[in-house]
Design a binder for this molecule. Structure first.
Ligand code: FAD
Ligand code: SIN
Length: 528
């Protein structure tokens, strides 16, 4: 069995993992483990952009206020302040590293960043690279790590479980998928940067890597997890059998697109004064309500008043993807439905990315820093990943964690609990999707959530049994992690007996600040 030793291990090569890696590599060796090719991540697909106060017409106070409004009373103000105030410096750092964001000329003819608008923002503050912002950021960060003497990236290495010794995280078990062998990576500290969990739902904007592995690993290790009831559904994904769930960026509404019913009636004015640019939870619920009310499969996004030339230049990826399924967005309305997009909750951290387990940090979508509260403001997630991964890197260096004292590494056989009942049923993902889609969607009912909890408990046991039987199959681990994630979403949802932000409970339709103006925190050690 191979045992590797390094200073820091990072699990994940998206914006959070690479930002941390670059920071700690200033003084230490860092290994980045990533389960597919290094660029494969949610980051790579981000379209709209990254929010930041980058213009004289904008202020920190306004960005804070917009973030707090979207978060529906649950954002941690200290975390939001850090996000908003440190954000612009981080965006400038990306530019220094070579990120090419779109520019325009100001009134005096000087080049300035072209800033877009998205839902919930009271100012234009979205820095972007056409509709490929994530790709450009990922390219920039990978380029910066490519020849870095202290950064080593292991592709197609799948992190299985954290190695915990005396209550501290001292490394990670990894499946080397080239050799099919488990290997141990020991380090002074570990960063979880495994991204999101959109694959817990059948319809999601997320790529296949988004299987909640970090949530599964952290939960098994005993870390506290928070606010999992707040799964953000993006309002506008393509409704088409040829490209289901392809994201149609909110930036399209930022450029003037209007949501319409099949007969052409715009409907967002009924739901919010910001109409089509209302916060995302409001728009997704409005579409859900209209499709149910009229018994229609989708609504339509209309940007046909903008010239083709402009649309092709501003949204090249969206334009060509739509063309590939026979839709010309300059002339036709785009059929859209909501789909699972972003997990606002996750592994609970403080302002330095520290989790409840010493030496274990988390950053990016896997983490719950307190920034997003009950609903994330558009384009705040890339920003959050940048700001808090960098802070975690600085803390990890300053903490001077010692080398792990482990003399012997526990056998990888102990990763899985061999006592689990074997199960014949292996179609874990299909069953999980069915429960999550039918019972844990945009609008929820207590009775359905309770049924879902019972079914998910069984599914999780079944998934664990499959891992015991096939411990070297990546998909088996992903299914286990997803079923843990599904369970945590439902457990958090059951504890929140109110409607707030992304959590709408028919049985308790109002916000209840007296009892629920707090995070939902689950700690395995406490709940057994
Ligand atoms: P990711 O970028 O997802 O990286 C996770 C990494 O972990 C990947 O490399 C993955 O392979 C690896 N990994 C996972 N599990 C394992 C494992 N077990 N072992 C080894 N490696 C593992 N946000 C914005 O702010 N603005 C936007 O415009 C925007 N647009 C979006 C558009 C789309 C289509 C999607 C899906 C998301 C969008 N988001 C946007 C959200 C944003 O992209 C993500 O929240 C953010 O990129 C997450 O970064 P991350 O580094 O935390 O995770
Ligand atoms: C989008 O481009 O609509 C996605 C933006 C985000 O998720 O913040």
């Amino acid at each position: 069995m191979s045992v590797h030793r390094t200073d820091f291990v990072v699990i994940g090569s998206g914006i959070a993992g690479l930002t941390f890696a670059l920071r700690v590599a200033e003084q230490a060796e860092v290994v980045v483990i990533t389960k597919k090719e290094r660029s494969e991540s949610n980051t790579n697909y981000a379209q709209g952009g990254i929010a930041g106060v980058m213009s004289p017409e904008d202020t920190f106070e306004l960005h804070m206020q917009d973030t707090l409004n979207a978060g529906a009373g649950l954002c941690h103000e200290d975390a939001v302040r850090v996000l908003v105030q440190e954000g612009p410096r981080q965006i400038r750092r990306l530019i220094e590293l070579g990120a090419r964001f779109d520019m325009e000329r100001d009134a005096q003819g000087n080049p300035v960043l072209a800033l877009g608008r998205e839902g919930g923002h009271s100012r234009n503050r979205i820095v972007h690279y056409a509709d490929q912002t994530g790709w450009e950021i990922e390219r920039t960060l990978l380029e910066a790590t490519r020849y870095h003497p202290r950064v080593t990236i292991y592709e197609h290495f799948f992190a299985l479980d954290l190695i915990i010794q005396n209550g501290e995280c001292v490394g990670v078990w990894v499946l080397n998928t080239h050799s099919d062998k488990a290997e141990a990576f020991l380090a002074r500290a570990v960063l979880l940067a495994t991204g999101g969990c959109g694959q817990v739902y059948p319809h999601t904007t997320n790529p296949p890597i988004a299987t909640g592995d970090g949530i599964g690993m952290a939960w098994r290790a005993g870390a506290c997890i928070a606010n999992m009831e707040f799964m953000q559904f993006h309002p506008t994904t393509l409704y088409h059998p040829g490209a289901r769930s392809f994201l149609i960026s909110e930036a399209v509404r930022g450029e003037g697109a209007i949501l319409r019913l099949p007969d052409g009636t715009p409907f967002m004015e009924k739901y919010h004064p910001m109409k089509d640019l209302a916060p995302r939870d409001v728009v997704a619920r409005a579409i859900d309500a209209e499709t149910k009310r009229l018994g229609i499969p989708c609504v339509y996004l209309d940007i046909t008043h903008r010239p083709e030339e402009f649309l092709r230049q501003r949204f090249p990826v969206i334009y060509s993807r739509l063309e590939s399924v026979g839709i010309d967005m300059a002339r036709e309305w785009i059929p859209v439905v909501p789909a699972a997009h972003y997990m606002c909750g996750g592994v609970q951290t403080d302002l330095h990315g520290r989790t409840s387990i010493p030496r274990l940090y988390a950053a990016g979508e896997v983490a719950c820093t307190g920034v997003h509260g009950a609903n994330r403001l558009a384009s705040n997630s890339l920003l959050e990943a940048l700001v808090f991964a960098d802070r975690a890197g600085i803390h990890a260096l300053e903490a001077s964690w010692s080398e792990p004292a482990m003399e012997s590494v526990p056998s990888p056989d102990r990763i899985v609990d061999q006592q689990v009942e074997p199960s014949e049923e292996t179609d874990v993902r299909r069953r999980l999707h069915s429960v999550m889609h039918r019972k844990v969607g945009i609008v929820r009912r207590l009775a359905s959530l309770e049924e879902a909890a019972r079914e998910l408990e069984q599914i999780e046991r079944m998934a664990q049994a499959v891992v015991c039987r096939e411990p070297h199959r990546v998909e088996a681990w992903e299914d286990w992690n997803l079923s843990i994630t599904g369970n945590l979403i439902v457990q958090c949802a059951l504890r929140r007996r109110e409607s707030r932000g992304l959590h709408t409970l028919v049985d308790h339709p109002n916000r209840d600040d007296e009892h629920f103006r707090r995070d939902t925190v689950l700690c395995r050690r406490e709940i057994g």
